[in-house]
Design a binder for this molecule. Structure first.
Ligand code: SAM
Ligand code: SF4
Length: 338
């Protein structure tokens, strides 16, 4: 009888059960904190094909990954992406995978929501930093608010839970804190705030100008609501509070604090098949080479995954001090996949 392969456990005894995979570096938006306006995208041949992405995800699922989040770039702009979703959804049917989910800017969601729900997607994260159409155009450079709101409505109508991810940006959406909370409450969406991270090439000065610490944001929330810590953890950098008055759950992602590394259960793969064991460290492993060199044999891929997990570091080195940003990463979020 065939025995199940040993699950992925890293050197700090953390089981790796969550894979975030970026399926493209391209995007129809140019959010100012994420991309340069004139991004140089990778040549197509560098990207994993949809078949290679499927083999890669299937390899991880075979090693015990239970949750798969598809991200980018903007995943829904990749041509043929529904074919990929349909293929990996077979692991939901067999029970090998608990959850298949997506992080999207929402621009194409209205087109895809029904099909995604039909193949078993139950939740989707939509990034939305403002409810003001003019500010939306400003922060995304190329985006329009209306199609995103329509996409969110379509996802909810299709029966998916929507979580709104909002990057907290000083001087940009500080004044919309309560508007965003109220809107999410009225629409029944979860809401998570993300602290802006030192990714990509944005200048240090600009970064610090944008930085709105979530401790501050939380204190502002407490001026209007009774805010209670829930103690819920997702194995990631999110912490949750509940607002007693409305019952809403609000998440805070503070990747710059070290409070989550000890329970980290995740790794990331870029659209070129680079496996990053930690969002905040440079070390990576090339999974494209074993995929391409052995199109009919997954054993070298599995060996490469295991060797990389054996090097997963304890934590990251991000740090904002009052005067400088250290541990800054040169790669863009759209490359690693947020
Ligand atoms: N395009 C999709 C989207 O926007 O949801 C998926 C990819 S995007 C890189 C994933 C998440 O990363 C988004 O919620 C985005 O707001 C966030 N993000 C991008 N750059 C960031 C940064 N420098 N700091 C914090 N969050 C960032
Ligand atoms: Fe595109 Fe998402 Fe980056 Fe905005 S945050 S530029 S939508 S990848």
């Amino acid at each position: 009888m065939e025995t199940a392969p040993l699950p992925l456990i890293d050197p700090f005894a953390r089981p790796i059960t969550y894979l975030r995979v970026s399926v493209t570096d391209r995007c129809d938006f140019r959010c100012t904190y994420c991309m340069a306006e004139h991004m140089q995208f990778l040549p197509k041949k560098e990207l994993l094909t949809l078949e290679e992405l499927d083999r890669l995800c299937t390899g991880f699922i075979g090693l015990g990954v239970r949750k798969l989040r598809v991200t980018g770039g903007e995943p829904l702009v990749r041509r043929g992406i529904m074919g990929f979703f349909t293929a990996v959804a077979r692991h939901l049917e067999t029970g090998a995978l608990d959850e298949l989910t997506l992080t999207t800017n929402g621009s194409q969601l209205a087109r895809f929501a029904d099909d995604l729900a039909a193949l078993g997607m139950r939740r989707v994260n939509v990034s939305l930093d403002t409810l003001d159409a003019t500010k939306f155009a400003e922060i995304t450079r190329w985006g329009r608010l209306d199609p995103v709101l329509e996409g969110i409505r379509a996802a909810a109508r299709a029966g998916m839970r929507v979580k709104i991810n909002t990057v907290a940006l000083k001087g940009f959406n500080e004044d919309e804190l309560f508007a965003l909370v109220d809107w999410c409450g009225a629409e029944g969406h979860d809401l998570t705030f993300i602290e802006v991270m030192p990714m990509g090439e944005m200048g240090e000065e600009q970064r610090l100008e944008q930085y709105w610490p979530l401790t501050d944001l939380r204190a502002r929330l407490a001026e209007r609501f009774t805010v209670t810590e829930t103690g819920e953890r997702s194995g990631g950098p999110a912490r949750y509070v509940r607002l007693s008055e409305t019952g809403q759950r609000i998440g805070f992602i503070t990747p710059l604090s070290h409070n989550f590394c000890e329970s980290c259960n995740r790794v990331r793969v870029t659209c070129t098949g680079e496996l990053f064991m930690c969002l905040g460290q440079e070390d990576s492993a090339d999974l494209r080479a074993p995929l391409r060199a052995h199109p009919d044999d997954d054993a070298p891929l599995v060996a490469a995954i295991r060797a990389a997990i054996a090097r997963k570091p304890k934590g990251h080195d991000f740090d904002y001090s009052r005067t400088h940003v250290s541990g800054q990463m040169s790669r863009h979020m759209s490359h690693t996949g947020g």
